[in-house]
Design a protein around this ligand. Sequence first.
Ligand code: ATP
Length: 452
Amino acid sequence: MNQKEKQKDSELMEKIVSLCKRRGIIYQGSEIYGGLAGTWDYGPLGLALKNNIKNLWWKKFVTDREDMYGVDAAILMNQNVWKATGHVGGFSDPLVECPKCKNRFREDHVEVSSKDGLRHCPKDDQILGLARQFNMMFKTSVGAIESDDSVSYLRPETAQGMFVNYKNIIDSFHPKLPFGMAQIGKAFRNEIAPRDFIFRSREFEQMEIEYLVKPVGWEDTFEYFRKEMLDWTKEIGLKEEHVHEVEISEADRAFYSKRTIDFEFDFPFGQSELYGLAYRTDYDLSRHSQSSGTDLIYLDEETTNPEERKLIPHCIEPSFGVDRTVLAVLSDAYTEDRMNDEVRAYLKFAPIVAPVKVAVFPLLKNKPVLVEKAREVFVHLKKEFGAVMFDDNGNVGKRYRRQDEIGTPFCVTVDFDTIEKDDTVTVRDRDTGTQERVAVKELIAYLKSKLN
Ligand code: ATP
């Protein structure tokens, strides 16, 4: 990337951040107190966007299938969970500190200088000190008395909430292999350097699946989920050319993983991890079985071979960051063009993720007949689509700009012809600006066909 492109992309990021703040999509966490690094608050439209993404994901990967079991586990878990998985001992990043400005960085995020082969502070070029391991789990204490036994952690991933419920799911539902557990929820990591807006924060959300299989043939399931993950990126409107699959080498994989693919995305600040897909073998369930002393063996009644009857299932894990999805969707949707001799900035969301699907306007705010009819159309559409907005502020041109900025696919205007002539309204398309007259009685069918 040359200097000019870099500049353009950092401008793009600034534009997205400022649009998000201005239009109630995402705000800085605790803003009126000066903020809290690595935290972000979703406003009404950001929440709607995020919920659309989570609901679509849940539908695709859980409710549309017969082999997935959803759970919503507690964020606080027995500390032995994290001892068993190795997080207490090893969930750490290498931290380096600048001896002069005292800024701290993740060692692997600082480039090695071609001059002397050492890492220099990106802020003031001082040579950075030796790295020390910094555990990223937020430690807390449960109950009124603090002791070694009261230690707990805010979970750094949703995955373990599923593994510890494996036996419950087996006992309640008796699923046959292969089957999966799925969860959407918050995760917390005390990142050394949170950065790039919601890309790397200290509190974020994940959507994860632990798909349990017999060890023989795991490759097919891995391949199946690889395709499902790619399909998902298309379904939410990410541009195919911006999604890259990166095979992680054995040296860079977690020691228990036999194969990992990262799905990277061209964010405005460069290509970085969006999702991960890993074959985790039987590592998690075996560790929990040993550490808890609970038998987590699966009895395969379909085989007569006594050696294959008892097994600890192996796991394929597709892992999705919710906030990174929101950022990817926002950065691919952000578009600038010229319309009616004006530059306009708008969010070209795929309709399924758009926080507002349709906006309804009366042509003039001060004409009660128009307002009354527009309210009637608004209520009619809201019953069907839910996310419908009413706007009568300023002139129609300004209302279009406002809706374009938040990515509303269609605007419906009620004018005098609606009332005096033929009960039709103007439907204006966000991307092309074209307008069509549609009969009110056909409006729902018309919009439905366009929104799907
Ligand atoms: P990175 O290398 O970027 O720190 P990771 O490999 O540690 O990420 P995983 O442990 O695989 O991430 O977590 C699964 C998913 O959770 C990631 O693909 C990402 O979408 C999301 N995620 C992880 N850390 C963060 C974070 N600090 N902020 C936002 N999302 C995150």
